[in-house]
Design a binder for this molecule. Structure first.
Ligand code: NAD
Length: 242
């Protein structure tokens, strides 16, 4: 079995790569810029006896995505599972957001998932099976002040998940979404320690989530334990949003 994980050189993507490798998947580790970090994820998997290879592609670019999928399928076999994890965030008041900010967020977070789904589906459909997980956010459900564009892109991923689940369900392909809460990764490095402590206190499980918490939920949505689950958005947030 082969999984392609976008933005897998660090954070939630890297943790997901390791979880799938431990479960016997061959892992295509996508990265945009940080070749060294992607190589270290691959090395760690190979050292533990797993199979992995890294692929450079900007998910916003359809030609790069098509070439990545072609190479990964040639190297590792047909893609059984796609995890759309690559994502970016820009914070600030809506009126201060530029057209470039809009394009950056939409192209990476939404067009990126569109590009990858479109590239992997023909093979999944012809094999009548597969699973796709999109990484949204709790802000896509509740909306976040000063992260309006980010929230909008993450809501779009929930919409993509539901519609595509209906479209490809008859082909035996499941499409689901995780909506993480506050997870300890570089994406939250801008938050002060005080803010992180406040968020922790507001969380019923009294913790900040780890990349591994999200990775295991993604894996759950891709194996037989969730075989009758599709079109769903699974909150992975310690109860912060209920
Ligand atoms: P992160 O910034 O460490 O990881 C994001 C990854 O996406 C990086 O490896 C980055 O290089 C990659 N990426 C960005 N643009 C790309 C592109 N155009 N092509 C390919 N790769 C690209 O942060 P993370 O927290 O691990 O984020 C992973 C996902 O989880 C994101 O979609 C993010 O929106 C989502 N998320 C994170 C949190 C959180 O609290 N950390 C909460 C909810 C959702």
């Amino acid at each position: 079995m082969t999984v392609l994980i976008t933005g897998a050189s660090r954070g939630i993507g890297a943790a997901t790569a390791k979880v799938f490798a431990e479960q016997g998947f061959a892992v295509a580790v996508n990265f945009k810029n940080n070749e060294e970090a992607a190589a270290s994820v691959v090395d760690e998997i190979i050292k533990k006896g797993g199979v992995a290879k890294s692929y450079r592609a900007d998910v916003a670019d359809p030609a790069q995505v098509a070439e990545m999928v072609r190479s990964a399928e040639a190297d590792l076999g047909p893609i059984d599972v796609l995890v759309n994890n690559a994502g970016v965030c820009v914070s600030g008041l809506l009126q201060d957001m530029t057209d470039a900010d809009y394009d950056f967020l939409m192209d990476t977070n939404v067009r990126g998932a569109f590009n990858t789904c479109r590239a992997v589906l023909p093979s999944m459909i012809s094999r009548k099976g597969g699973a796709i997980v999109n990484v949204s956010s709790m802000w896509g459900e509740t909306g976040a002040s000063c992260e309006v564009l980010y929230s909008m892109t993450k809501s779009a991923l929930a919409g993509l998940t539901k519609a595509l689940a209906k479209e490809v369900g008859p082909s035996g392909i499941r499409v689901n979404c995780v909506a993480p809460g506050v997870i300890d990764t570089d994406m939250n490095s801008g938050y002060s320690e005080e803010t992180m402590n406040e968020l922790k206190e507001e969380t019923p499980l009294s913790a900040i989530g780890s990349p591994d918490d999200v990775a295991k939920s993604i894996y759950f949505l891709c194996n037989e334990c969730s075989g009758f689950v599709t079109g769903q958005v699974l909150g992975v947030n310690g109860g912060l949003v209920i």
